[in-house]
Design a binder for this molecule. Structure first.
Ligand SMILES: C[S@@+](CC[C@H](N)C(=O)[O-])C[C@H]1O[C@@H](n2cnc3c(N)ncnc32)[C@H](O)[C@@H]1O
Ligand code: SF4
Length: 449
């Protein structure tokens, strides 16, 4: 990495899976507001559903997700009954029966749910929503928890895309992150899933882990490619121990430097492109025949809470502790605290505790940031006009990109911005110029690269 880029790599910036980001959510949005937002959802267009399962068997030291370690299934079963109650409350608040084109089960470890309970949960979902026949139904999988029988259950209930947490195959790194997961475990799960009929397989890899080198990243990718995943996400480890206390188990002196992190990201990108994968945004790769790669050519690529996606719905309904929902009015988040989630649901209350209502300015900036991060191109004048603003409304934001332009990360022509290939890794730094809330954000986000 050239020296001039180091300052960008060290900046703490949001990942922009939403705008405004979760840092702007506040407790002025609660159950009453959420109920009225649900009532206002149009019944004419399909929606997305997200289910959060916040349980794992063992804690990975790097984990940034909302999860709890459980030893007895009773707690999972109790949570599932709350989830079912929440589904009833939400559907009662909707204006009618909705059609669903995307469902995502995230965690935690959604496959901690037993086969009979998973079948019951999906039956309830299909009972109250019209799940389209070609809906994408995706699940996050910790390969250490899946059996061949579970793979068959997932296929039976209609799951058609599975994202496997792989991270890194090197045993010395796995020991340092408390996640021992040999290659053969991942290989078996991939074979079981494909054998059961789940054809779309994603891998999540990570760089920037303790003691990890570019050699480890290369080796992990080479091994991964032998299993031919359709998509690969390569996430930079977000080290935020002030927010996730267990990350203190990771020795900071063992973390790669910013230069090493950058070279690991570039190693992954170069190798995956050489092997025929299309690069999507700053951290995703897909085989050319995969729908995510096709979305680049069709200009239909989107970005949501799961990262880069083909999901183009305007409404996302979140279920479960910590889940985030989004309607045309704003974002709402359920309580991340399991105790509070439980108390609220038991009391018959929608468990939303925070969120943010969107202003006209938020909608425009959200669209502009999404264009930068998906199309790597922003025609600010026409976007402003589309949102009923003056052509020059975002000029101040574009002016903030002068330094980025000088350093070759963007090219500005009038009111248009093109992200260069060098700029691809710094999209979050480019997006931050369009963010009107980014003051005093230090200590809230992770490093840009
Ligand atoms: C929500 S986790 C769920 C997947 C599943 N529980 C597993 O670990 O296999 C999805 C992915 O987020 C990534 N991830 C988790 N913590 C992270 C962190 N602190 N920084 C960057 N990526 C992280 C990992 O690649 C992980 O597989
Ligand atoms: S990375 Fe996945 S398996 Fe590990 S603790 Fe986090 S959610 Fe659980």
């Amino acid at each position: 990495m050239q020296d001039k880029y180091q300052k960008y790599a060290l900046m703490e910036v949001p990942r922009y899976t939403s705008y405004p980001t979760a840092a702007q959510f506040h407790d002025g949005i609660g159950k009453t507001q959420y109920r009225s937002w649900l009532a206002g959802i149009g019944t004419g267009k399909p929606v997305s559903l997200y289910f959060h399962l916040p349980f794992c068997m063992q804690l990975c030291w790097y984990c940034g997700c909302n999860t709890t370690i459980v030893n007895e299934y009773d707690r999972v079963a109790d949570y599932l009954s709350l989830l079912r109650h929440e589904i009833e409350m939400v559907t009662a608040a909707l204006p009618g029966r909705l059609s669903v084109s995307h469902i995502h089960f995230g965690g935690g470890t959604p496959t901690i749910v037993s086969s009979p309970d998973f079948i019951d949960l999906m039956a309830q979902v299909r009972d109250v929503f019209d799940v389209q026949e070609d809906a994408e139904i995706a699940i996050e999988i910790d390969p250490r928890t899946v059996t061949e029988a579970m793979a068959k259950t997932l296929a039976r209930v209609g799951i058609n895309r599975a994202s496997l947490g792989v991270q890194d195959f090197s045993t010395h790194i796995q020991a340092k992150i408390n996640r021992v997961q040999p290659f053969h475990v991942v290989e078996s799960v991939v074979n079981w899933l494909r054998g059961a009929g789940i054809k779309d397989i994603n891998f999540d890899l990570m760089y920037g882990l303790p003691s990890q080198t570019s050699h480890d990243v290369r080796r992990t990718i080479e091994l991964s490619l032998t299993l031919k995943p359709d998509r690969i996400a390569v996430f930079g480890y977000a080290h935020v121990p002030w927010f996730k206390k267990h990350q203190n188990m990771i020795k900071e002196e063992e973390l790669p430097t910013v230069l090493e992190r950058f070279s690991q990201a570039v190693t992954a990108s170069d190798l995956l492109k050489e092997k025929g994968y299309r690069e999507i945004g700053f951290d995703h790769y897909a085989r050319p025949e995969d729908s995510l790669a096709k979305a680049i050519d069709d200009n239909t690529l989107r970005r949501n809470f799961q990262g880069y996606t083909t999901d183009n719905t305007e409404v996302l309904i979140g279920f479960g502790a910590s889940s985030i929902g989004s309607t045309s009015n704003g974002f709402s988040q359920n309580s991340p605290d399991l105790g509070k989630y439980r108390t609220m649901v038991k009391a018959g209350q929608l468990p939303v505790v925070r969120g943010v209502a969107l202003t006209k300015d938020d909608r425009l900036r959200s669209a502009a940031i999404e264009k930068v991060m998906t199309d790597m191109y922003l025609d600010s004048a026409s976007l402003c006009v589309d949102f009923s603003f003056d052509e020059g409304y975002l000029d101040d934001a574009l002016d903030l990109m002068a330094g980025l332009e000088h350093d070759g990360l963007v090219i500005r022509e009038g009111r248009s911005i093109t992200v260069t290939e060098e700029g691809r890794r710094f999209m979050r730094n480019i997006a931050v110029c369009l963010d009107s809330y980014q003051k005093d954000s230090k200590g809230r986000h992770s490093a840009a690269v």
